[in-house]
Structures are given as C-alpha cells and as structure tokens.
Design a binder for this molecule. Structure first.
Ligand code: GLY
Length: 414
C-alpha cells in the first residue's frame, strides 16, 4: 500500500524486490500489538526486579545521596543477575527511554508513572562535564518525557545539560571531546558515538529563549566529524585523536581501534551511530551535505559483503562469522526509517525502508527476541558491548531494546 507511488517510478527489474517489501511490512505491522504487549510484560518484570535495587546497599539507611542511585543496564548471564549501574553510566537514559516508548506504544499509565520516576533520578547528570554521554543520557529520558508529556518542566535541566556538554567543545578544533577530562592536553579523543549527543543540543536551542550556540556547536561537530572520521568508502574509524596544540589546528595525530576489530575495519555500532546521527542532523539542520553523507555511510553498511542476509550485522564489518550485534541492527533500522523519508530517490527510499523492515522482522523473531526470563526480561538477545575489552559479548543491551522500540514506533506512526 505504502509503496504504490514508488512502483510508478521503478524499472521492471526493481519491481520484484519492491513488491515483496509491502507484504513484509504489512506482516510486521500486523504483529506490532503482539510485540508491544510482550515487550510491555518484559519491562514490567524488569521494573519490578530493578526498583528494590535502585539504591545501592551501601546507601541504605544513610539518608541516601541521590547521586548514588542505580539504573538497570543489562544482565549478567553467568550469575543471572540484573546488572545495575550508576546513573552516570553512558546508557542510563535508555531504560527510562524504553519505558517512555512503551507508554507511547500501549497508553498504559503504569509506564508513564515508572518512566517519570526513573527519568527523574538522572537529574545530577545535568552538571556533568567529564563525558560526552550526557547528551544520550538526558535526551533519551528527559527528551522523551518533554515530548510525550508536552511539558516545559524539564527545559531548565535540558538547557543546563546542553551548557555542560558545550564545555567539552573546543572552538579551535570545532569538535566536542568525547573521552578524557577537560584539562587533558595530550589527547583529544572523538568517537562517532558522539553524533548521538548532538540531538540534545539541537533540542536545547529550540527551547523558548534557548541559545543558538547549542545548535552551532552540534553542526560544527557534525561537519568536522564528517571530514575526518570516515574512510573514502564511508566506513568509520572508532577513535580519532586530534592534535590540539596551538598551530596544529586539529590534525588527526592517531587512530585507535577502540571497540572495533582493527583500525582498518568498521565497528558495526559506530557505523550505526553515524547512520542515525547524520540522518538526525539532516532533519535538524537541513544541510544537504548531511543527507548525502547519511546515504554514504548507510550504503557502506547495507551493501557490505559481510552484511548477513537478515540484516543483523556481525559486531564488526571485518568479523564475519563472529557474534552478531542486535544493538547495531536496531539503531540502523531506526535510522533507516527516518532516512527513507528524506532521500530524493524513490528507489533508495524503498530500499532503505525494506531493509529496516527486514531487520525488525528478524529482531522480533525467536532467534533474537527473548522468551520468558531467558535474559532477565530484556528484549533483545545477542548484543555486543565491547568485544576487544572482553565486556558484554553476546548479551542483552539496554540501548538495543531502546532503538528497537523506537524503530517499531516509527514504523507504526507512518
Ligand atoms: N558509546 C559506546 C558504545 O556504543 O558502546
């Protein structure tokens, strides 16, 4: 149904693949109520298990310090315990964000109440200047709260977070420092994940009375990253170390493997952040360079010879046969559903949308979607956090669930 307009532009050769797409999409759309109902049941169980653990044992009875609160993050498959982490951990906004998406998907007031309660534990992040992740943390949580509750109650916190994030911006380089302290002079480390923090800056600039400099910083960072962080084929490096000495004007002094397999391959989640990040930046800035770049980094991933047939990538594009990363698939699917609305070529739009549908159909299958408490009620199995660091390999990841739910909602809304 949605592709009728597309077919009139297509050559006969393309028609076969495009005809298949609407049927797959209709089938997935028909399953949405069931997928959201199962997800809601999982997250009710997660919330019940996590709530008593939200304050660390050490704090109980001490008139507890709010900055010591904990947030559900993942699942330890050996001990079968819920993995609770500090509210300053980079993923702390994703669990409340998923609760907000479940509220949006089901209308169940339980999710509104719980999403609000978990979101509000994150307030101390607004003043943090020691990492770039506060954009993620505060936008997935408070950003969704603002959108769904249609409230300005959180504007001051969002603005304060944007101000803190901008303290990591170095105008001489035009970049936000991803890792490292503000006074670090030797290294200036940037990762493509940082693209995801820019949405909070764009939103903060739009708050009535909001500062234009927030959007200026976001656009400067996106443009500089576009110039340096990718190979000619559109594949991403993970960590770039820029030279910040006066006179060196941000030359790249070192490339690091980071969470990827090597400096020559593309780490799948880094590529996913780039696809999503440049699509989002095109939405906000309407700069055609961002759109063209979003297509370039997308085409690298979708046309890669090591992309599996179900669209769930190996954890690194250079690691065929190793673990898949469901989080990368979910981020790409959500990004593609948005990008398909902006690309000028109807064929490309149809291809991107069909790819996202294929990924989401796979993620919603028993191969990837959990049953009962097999992974402590998180939704998606088989995520990879940091394989070279030996951490979180073949495990559920809170951000995988978040972008999976976001993508399903994007599919439903259109
Ligand atoms: N930002 C860290 C990651 O994607 O693992």
């Amino acid at each position: 149904m949605k592709y009728t307009w597309t077919l009139s532009f297509c050559s006969v050769a393309l028609t076969t693949s495009l005809v298949a797409a609407p049927a797959a999409e209709e089938a997935l759309l028909a399953r949405l109520p069931e997928i959201f109902a199962k997800s809601a049941a999982h997250y009710k169980a997660l919330d019940a298990a996590a709530a008593p653990l939200a304050i660390s044992e050490k704090e109980v009875g001490k008139g507890w310090d709010k900055s010591k609160a904990l947030m559900p993050h993942g699942f330890n498959r050996k001990t079968r315990q819920l993995d609770m982490r500090t509210i300053f951990w980079w993923t702390a906004g994703h669990f409340p964000g998923s609760l907000w998406y479940l509220y949006e998907a089901t209308g169940d007031e339980f999710f509104k109440t719980r999403a609000k309660a978990w979101t509000e534990t994150l307030a101390p992040n607004a003043k943090v200047t020691s990492n770039h992740d506060i954009g993620f943390i505060m936008y997935c949580s408070y950003g969704n709260a603002k959108r769904l509750l249609k409230t300005d109650e959180y504007d001051a916190l969002i603005t304060s977070t944007a101000d803190s994030l901008c303290k990591r911006f170095k105008p001489e380089l035009g970049l936000i420092r991803s890792w490292g302290m503000l006074d670090e002079t030797k290294d200036f480390l940037v990762i493509p994940d940082n693209m995801m923090n820019l949405e909070l800056l764009e939103e903060a600039a739009k708050i009535p009375g909001g500062e234009k400099r927030f959007a200026d910083v976001a656009r400067s960072h996106a443009t500089k990253t576009m110039a340096h962080h990718f190979r000619a084929d559109g594949g991403t490096y993970h960590v770039l170390n820029y030279d910040q000495r006066p006179g060196f004007h941000g030359a790249v002094q070192e490339i690091r493997r980071g969470q990827g397999l090597s400096c020559e391959t593309a780490w799948s989640r880094g590529q996913a952040w780039a696809i999503y990040g440049y699509t989002m930046m095109y939405r906000e800035a309407k700069d055609p360079a961002y759109l063209a770049f979003a297509e370039k980094v997308t085409d690298f991933a979708l046309n890669h010879p090591n992309m599996p047939i179900d669209g769930v990538p190996y954890w690194d594009f250079g690691a065929p046969g190793e673990e898949r990363d469901t989080s990368a698939a979910a981020i790409i699917a959500s990004g593609l559903l948005e990008l398909s609305k902006y690309v000028k070529s109807p064929d490309k739009a149809a291809k991107y949308r069909a790819f996202a549908v294929k990924q989401l159909t796979a993620l919603a299958s028993p191969e990837y979607f959990s049953e009962g408490d097999e992974i402590g009620h998180w939704l998606l199995k088989h995520g990879v956090g940091h394989k070279p660091g030996g951490s979180e390999v073949d495990t559920p990841l809170d951000y995988g669930d978040y972008y999976f739910l976001e993508a399903l909602l994007r599919l439903k809304k259109e």
